[in-house]
Structure formats: C-alpha cells, structure tokens
Design a protein around this ligand. Structure first.
Ligand code: GCU
Length: 552
C-alpha cells in the first residue's frame, strides 16, 4: 500500500499513461547509513548539521516524520542514524539514557516501513560495562552483550540491528584479542538473534599506519585478505558490508574483488552519496550511473547470476542529508538521494530514467528544463572524473578535508594511498609482478586487469605502473590524456553555468539561484584542479602538451 501510493503519485506527476503497475523490490535491504555524531556534527556532512542529534540529545520532531516519508517515497526500508565511528555519548545509545526518544523515532520510521539501525561501539563492554576486555570469546563479554541486547530490544522492539566498524581507523575490534572478525560478529549476532536482529559488519579494514616507504603492503588488497578466509564462518544474521571499491569511494575504482569471493556469506554493497571525494555537494556529481556500473559488473563466481547486483542481499549508502532547508546542500545532490533509493528498489532502471523522474518530481514537466537538467546530471560524474585524479589513480585531493587538488598530499602519508609518480612513470603495479592484487579477481577479470593493454583505460593507473608515453586504448598517450581530460573537464564545468542560466525564470523559491551559485563555485574549482594537476605532470615530465595550451 505504502509503495503503491508513492508509485501512483510518481506516475501522476510524471504524466505516465499507464498507471497500473506491478513491482517488487530488487533487493530486500535498502538502507541509508548516516554518519551523524551525538554532538550534532556530521562526519563528511555537506548539508548542515544533523537532524537526529543536537548537543548529545536525540531529536524527534516534525522533520523526523518528513524524513521517514522522504525515504519511504523512494523505497528505502532501513536507516542507521549514528556515525560508524561511535564515540562519546553515542556509545550510550544502547542504554536507558536514549530509549525513550529512540522508541519514538523507531515508531515514526516503522510507520513508513523503515527499520531503525544503530552503529555500535565494539568496546562498549569496557566503556559502559566496566569490564577489562571486549574479547569476543570471553564469556563475561558475551554475557554482557546478551543482557544489554535483552534490555535494548525490550525497549526498542522495532530495532533492526546494528552496524559495526571494528579494527578500522583506530576503532576497537576483535584483533586486539587475537580473534577474527567472524568471532566478533558472531558473538554480537547471537546476542541479537532472539529478537530477529541483524549485525551489519563492515569490511573496511586495512592498515592505516602504513609506512609509505613500504612498497609491498597494498591497501587495496586488505578487504579480501581479511575477509575471504572467513567465508562460511559467519552466522546467518550477519551481513558483511563491502564498499563498492577496494579502497575508499574514489571517483573511479574497480569493484571490490570480495564480491566475487564470498560463496557462503551474506553481503551487501556500501556506496557513498555523501560526496566526500566527489565535490562535497558543492560540485554536481550524479553518481547513479557509476553505482549502476558496479551493480552490473560480472564477478564470474561460477553461478549463473553473477553480477554484484545478483550477489548482494542489499545496498546501503552513506547519506548526503543534513538539516539544510533542501536536505542535501546542493539541490542537484537530491538526485543522488532519490536515485540511490530508486536504484536499490529496481536495479534494472537506468541512471537517465531515474534522473528524468527526479527532475519531473522536483522541477516539473517542462521539456527544455528536463533536457537541460538531465544533460548536466548525466555528464556530471564523467566531468568530475575528467578534472580529478586521472585514470583511476585517485587520492590527489587535499588530505583530511578531501576537497580541492593536492597531488602529493597523500604521497608520503600513513594511509596507503599512493600514486608513485616519478618523471618517467606513474601508478602502482598491482599485477602478480607487483602486489598481486589482480589475483583476487576471478577469471577473466584477473587476466584483463593484469594486462596493461587489456585493462580498461579508466582503471589503467589503478592496476599498472606505466610510462607517460604509454598508449591507451583511446590512442592517446597517458600524459596527453591527462592534459586533454583536464582541459575538457574544466571547460564542461564552465559550460554547466551557461546551460543553467538558460533556466532562469523556469523555477521558483530560490532554486535557480542556489544551483547557479554552486555551479559557479564548481567551475572555479574545476579550473584549479585542471591547472594544479596539469602543471604537476608538466613539471614532473617536461613533456609538452601537443596542443600547446598553457601549463604553469
Ligand atoms: C573514509 C572517511 C572516514 C570514514 C571512513 C569509513 O575513510 O574519510 O571519515 O570514517 O571512510 O568508511 O569508516
């Protein structure tokens, strides 16, 4: 009834001729992960502050209801409301300090078919329970969790379960006690099982204290190295949450090889619509086509249905919402929120179909307006990629903040994110002669990625260390590709401003001005990316641009 009502509204607004439709969701779990902190800030939040928390308090108000309706209207049925980095008061969400407002929120969400999830602090038995350990095989620890979950689910019967970030970026986890992630996840899974709860265990586990001089360790391998050996050892109410790519939400990455390696474990895909590395909702970057490509990638598991979309039982996205009037800071970032939900509901929809729908719902049915906005949205991810780090290398952004260019910003850091550019070559060798990461894929992906010629151009520098005069499949050399794409990307970003100006008078309520000002900022920032990246490579290589354009 709920989804049918929204489908009917959508059809009426979009002017569909056929109002009668029969649908069922592609994936049972369609989720949002909010990285909201108890103090009201949002980790990687670009749309104001949290509407869930303020000064350590949980907020339940009119916006909670609007939020629930917003999510349900695109088919989302689960939401984790607090940051995966659970610190300070957020650890106490599983105590009676928060039960009353959480129960109110849970009921509101429930009314819209949405399960409330919380992120857990793995060290809670120590921080809340006064134990001297969080060892998953210590009976006292398991008993503590059992008791806590009994109380929590009694107070919050609608709770769906918990998301856990363990042994990652300084968060506690089972490694401290020499235990595995299966030990950790299963202990929690058993504590929530009597209440139908689920444990969503994140696979974002890697060494973030790497020495950049160490040429053997490869962060991109870590996810598979840590989790593949545990396949089949997780309880059936555990779901492994795997980021779409092997590193971290860059504008371009191959799919995570782990999707193709788990045969006996539930898993879901984690995307990021918060545009941490893709312009922070100050640039337009409609990501749905990228997500769609990930879902459509075949993993060659030997099963008949073997795409990422076939393999996962659900999808989640790091949310791009906040307390800004328009929810997502950039009005056009609303298309990512809408689009993620629609894609999770129906993975067969195309990015353009979804964009057209969103435009209709948000701006109305004017054909010129629809064409222009659709053109901008559909080009925005390729354009962002053009002026960003080239050919899948990633990470040429300002460290920590992740906005704007800084080609060597992460080059000598501890985060395992290096491009290794010299005056002759750039890229990491991830083939068997290098870190061997390509071996984590099943054939034929393994051979395709390991072969410098066969590897798709857009991933060349992710998998290979190549000379600047290496010829891509496009016929261009690596260096000329870098120059050309950066000039093109900045030009297209400037063109978005002109295209938008044609829409003046076609929308009200500040919607025209809000987007215009962001597009202007984007075009300035894109020009900065162009000049910094191009000058960096020009100075490294002293290879001139074939077209003689200005380099600095
Ligand atoms: C990225 C991001 C962090 C976040 C982490 C995660 O590294 O920069 O802010 O905590 O991902 O996914 O846990």
């Amino acid at each position: 009834m709920l989804y049918g009502a929204f489908a009917l509204i959508r059809s009426l607004v979009c002017g569909d001729k056929e109002l009668c439709t029969k649908q069922s969701p592609s994936k049972p779990l369609r989720m949002l992960d909010h990285w909201d902190n108890a103090d009201g800030s949002i980790e990687r939040g670009y749309s104001g502050n949290s509407f869930f928390f303020k000064d350590g308090r949980l907020l339940v108000n009119e916006r909670s209801v609007t939020y629930a309706r917003l999510l349900a209207s695109v088919g989302i049925n689960a939401a984790a409301i607090n940051n995966v980095n659970v610190k300070g008061p957020a650890t106490k969400l599983i105590t009676d300090e928060y039960y009353a407002p959480l129960s109110e929120l849970s009921e509101i969400l429930d009314g819209y078919g949405i399960k409330l999830f919380l992120s857990l602090n793995y060290a809670a038995p120590m921080e809340l329970g006064g134990l001297d350990s969080a060892d998953p095989l210590d009976e006292r620890v398991a008993a503590w969790w059992e008791e806590r979950m009994r109380e929590t689910f009694a107070a919050l019967p609608g709770l769906g379960g918990f998301v856990v970030k363990a042994d990652s970026e300084g968060r506690p986890g089972p490694f401290t006690y020499g235990r595995t992630h299966a030990d950790g996840a299963n202990m929690l899974a058993r504590a929530v099982r009597p209440y139908g709860g689920r444990i969503i265990w994140r696979c974002f586990v890697y060494n973030c204290q790497q020495d950049w001089r160490d040429l053997k360790t490869d962060r991109a391998r870590a996810c598979c190295d840590n989790f593949e050996p545990l396949d089949g050892l997780f309880d059936d109410n555990v779901i492994l949450q795997i980021k779409n790519g092997p590193v971290d939400f860059q504008v371009r990455e191959p799919v995570s090889p782990l999707f193709g390696r788990l045969k006996k474990t539930n898993c879901m895909a984690e995307f990021q619509i918060a545009q941490e590395y893709t312009g922070q909702q100050r640039h337009v970057c409609y990501l749905i086509d990228f997500f769609k490509q990930v879902l459509d990638t075949r993993m060659y598991t030997g099963e008949e249905k073997d795409t990422v979309g076939d393999i996962v039982c659900g999808m989640t996205a790091v949310s791009n919402t906040g307390d800004d009037f328009n929810w997502t800071g950039h009005d056009l970032a609303g298309a990512n929120l809408y689009g993620f939900g629609r894609l999770a509901w129906d993975t067969s929809l195309s990015a353009e179909q979804i964009a057209r729908e969103w435009i209709c719902m948000y701006y109305g049915r004017d054909a010129e307006l629809s064409d222009t906005v659709c053109d901008i949205l559909m080009r925005s991810w390729p354009v962002y990629e053009k002026y960003n780090a080239p050919l899948g290398i990633g990470w040429m952004c300002t460290p920590g903040y992740h906005y704007g260019p800084d080609p060597d910003g992460y080059e000598y850091s501890r985060w395992g994110t290096y491009h290794k550019a010299t005056h002759e070559t750039i890229g990491l060798d991830r083939t068997p002669s290098g870190t061997g990461m390509t071996e984590q894929y099943n054939e034929p992906l393994k051979s395709i990625y390991a072969h410098p010629e066969k590897c798709p151009d857009e991933l060349k520098l992710f998998f290979h260390k190549l000379p600047y005069d290496f010829r891509l499949q496009s016929g261009k050399t690596v260096i000329q590709h870098i120059y050309d794409t950066h000039f093109e990307g900045a030009e297209e970003a400037a063109e978005f401003v002109e295209l938008w100006k044609k829409l003046e008078g076609k929308m009200d309520g500040g919607r025209y001005e809000r987007v215009l000002s962001r597009l202007i900022e984007q075009s300035i920032s894109a020009a900065e990316w162009r000049d910094v990246i191009n000058s960096y490579f020009w100075r490294k290589t002293m290879i001139p641009d074939e077209k003689g354009r200005e380099l600095y």
